[in-house]
Design a protein around this ligand. Structure first.
Ligand code: ATP
Ligand code: MG
Length: 633
């Protein structure tokens, strides 16, 4: 390998970040503005806690908005497109600053100050972004709750974060169906033991809002009243809390991830440069939702901090037709795009001609994250786009990618099926979960763990629950001070990591440990299969057996024939031990609202156990259909 070799160049960059984290991150810290310089890069006196850029004072909103408004006021900052209500709007950095200051003035006027919580329960409307940035501006802590969650989930989050004020909206729209927010919010407020003082309503005129005097505020009227008010940024010590956000709840009760200010700003600025290769003045398009971590980091803060415009879309990838995203890429000259495998699978069902109708020459790469990107899906979208498709693996907890290809450092080659290599700052190791030993050799299966300290941008703790933070994340690997991702992986001889599934999802068939993902990937390779989920189910004889739920491409394929094909494929590729004991043909799979398979619910169903927390389930009928199917006749 020569120094010109991109793999080598990246390896050197990564090695430097681990050999001298203080020097490495001090350099990255120059990517943002500091009102007061930090005294210490990282404080590691209280492991497993870490404090980054101690003593430094900065502000997320200043870095995302004001500093660009000062130098490039007329540059595009926020582009909002709703294919649901057929509207488009744009703000330059100067205009965005005005809106954010106005929202900040409204919040302040109603008693919201530094450290107070503001819960944002909104569809994909620009005012929700103003509210997030306004909180950051005045040092209030936002907690965005995905607009698709119903009362029960919302109530739990209200109780946990105890907001002074809630920002909500009359309605969202999905697939042309208007969904009112007030009934859900009112029910959640009724269920919750915590009482909120104020609700700030964004009224889009989609459904009537019943206002409660003394509690409810109208955004437009308030906006009028504060039109001229200026609200300066509150300078915050780097380790103050910027926001809390709940994990997706795929494996159980969601955890309230707490994030800092300075570390997060630096981590995002660095990631846009080194990983996403986004440049000031360009446009970043993330198809996620502001209710998820990808929305926080790569719709709102990341692109704006980097001086990029961010394109925010309310709408589905297939409406008005499956060409919509690619037309937007052309129209707004998007250079970096970020989406999820689940969306690509939806598009894959449509005519590929939709992709070739738009001029995609501006686009540099498409990043995908959130769940395993199987090879056939990756190959399809890569070939259809003719652009690099970069899988990236991370968690709500980390705030930015753990594994991927740092396209900005060096254009490393992709390896389909692998999200790539550990990013700078992350010392990612594979460990044996029983002994805690690090697995050095290639192709060994272990839990993916991260060494202390976690790099900037990662969670500080679990909101108001340091003990849970330590116990959940730092205490599961025997004898080691390591953060567990609870994902199982292997690494090939060149260091590319492959995620095999959640550690709970590794099944043990007659002593063989199998990742459910390996089996799924193998089954997904069948031409007759649209989607598949594999779970381990307790079995008297073998300990556990694999059970597959398969969505066939053609509904008329018989279950017997499907089972035969699946059995044969797994036999040939993985061996008989991995062959599912049962194959169920189903119309749809139960998923979380963020598009992840709810394997634990499927497993519980198969084992006749309680289904547990289902608050993040997208569509309850999928699970009911499965239950129907499994009922003994
Ligand atoms: P909870 O922690 O509440 O159970 P969750 O883990 O689904 O929910 P997120 O933080 O949204 O919540 O998701 C992170 C997880 O998603 C990862 O730990 C991993 O299991 C999965 N994941 C994310 N990206 C990828 C990827 N590129 N490849 C494989 N798995 C991924
Ligand atoms: Mg998780």
């Amino acid at each position: 390998m020569s120094a010109a070799d991109p793999t080598c160049r990246y390896a050197e960059f990564h090695a430097r970040s681990l050999a001298d984290p203080a020097a490495f991150w001090a350099e990255q810290a120059d990517l943002i503005d500091w009102e007061r310089p930090f005294d210490q890069v990282v404080d590691t006196t209280h492991p497993p806690f870490a404090r980054w850029f101690v003593g430094g004072r900065t502000n997320l909103c200043h870095n995302a908005v004001d500093r660009h408004a000062a130098t490039h006021p007329d540059r595009r900052a926020l582009i909002w497109v709703s294919t649901e209500v057929d509207q488009r709007r744009e703000w330059t950095f100067a205009a965005l600053q005005r809106e954010v200051e106005a929202t900040a003035a409204i919040l302040r006027r109603h008693g919201v100050g530094p450290g107070d919580r503001v819960l944002i329960y909104c569809p994909m409307v620009p005012e929700a972004v103003f509210a997030m940035l306004a909180c950051a501006r005045i040092g209030a802590i936002h907690s965005v709750v995905f607009g698709g969650f119903a009362s029960h989930s919302l109530a739990g989050r209200i109780e946990d974060c105890t907001p002074k004020l809630v920002v909500s909206c009359d309605a969202g729209s999905r697939g042309g169906k208007v969904q009112g927010y007030q009934p859900l919010l009112e029910e959640a407020l009724r269920l919750s033991a915590h009482k909120v003082d104020r609700v700030l309503w964004i009224d889009r005129g989609l459904v009537p809002i019943e206002r409660q005097p003394g509690r409810d505020l109208d955004y437009a009227a308030e906006r009028e009243a504060v039109a001229q008010e200026r609200v300066p940024c509150e300078w915050l010590e780097s380790n103050e809390v910027s926001y809390t956000l709940y994990t997706s709840g795929t494996t159980g009760k969601p955890k309230g991830v707490q994030r800092d200010v300075g570390g997060y700003a630096v981590a995002l600025a660095a990631s846009i440069r080194h990983i996403f290769d986004g440049r000031p003045g360009e446009t970043f398009f993330s198809t996620s939702d502001i209710g998820w971590v990808v929305g926080h980091s790569y719709i709102v803060y990341g692109p704006l901090i980097a001086g990029m415009a961010t394109l925010m879309v309310e709408g589905l990838p297939i409406r008005p037709d499956p060409g919509i995203w690619w037309r937007l890429v052309q129209e707004y000259q998007v250079t970096v795009m970020f989406s999820a495998p689940t969306a690509v699978r939806v598009l894959r069902k449509a005519d590929p001609a939709y992709l070739s109708q738009s001029d995609l020459s501006s686009l540099r790469s498409l990043f995908l994250a959130g769940e395993p990107l199987d090879e056939p899906t990756a190959r399809w979208i890569r070939d259809a786009l003719g652009k690099p498709v970069v899988d990236n693996y991370w968690q709500t907890e980390t705030g930015w990618p753990i594994l991927t290809l740092a396209r900005g450092v060096a254009p490393m080659n992709e390896r389909l099926g692998s999200p790539g290599v550990p990013m700078y700052g992350y010392n990612a190791v594979l460990v044996d979960p029983e002994t805690g030993a690090t697995l050095e050799g290639p192709n060994q299966k272990g839990v993916l763990a991260l060494d202390y300290p976690l790099p900037p941008g990662c969670l500080q703790t679990v909101w108001r629950d340091d003990a849970r933070y330590v116990k959940t994340y730092w205490s599961s690997i025997p004898g080691r001070q390591l953060y567990s991702t609870f994902d199982v992986a292997t690494r090939d001889s060149e260091g590319y990591t492959f995620i095999l599934g959640r550690s709970d999802d590794v099944i043990n068939v007659a002593g063989h440990r199998l990742g459910t993902r390996e089996i799924e990937e193998c089954i997904a390779g069948l031409a007759s299969v649209a989607e598949v989920a594999v779970v381990g189910v307790a079995d008297e004889l073998k300990g556990q057996v694999a059970v597959a739920f398969v969505v066939p491409k053609q509904a008329d394929l018989s279950e017997d024939e499907l089972a035969r094909q699946v059995g044969q494929q797994v036999n040939e590729q993985l061996g008989a031990v991995a062959r599912p004991a049962r194959v169920h043909a189903v119309a749809a799979l139960p998923k979380t609202r963020s598009g992840k398979l709810l394997r634990r619910a499927m497993q519980a169903l198969c084992e006749g156990r309680e289904l547990g927390d289902l608050s993040t389930l997208e569509d309850a009928t999928t699970l009911q259909a499965l239950a129907q199917k499994l009922r003994p006749v």
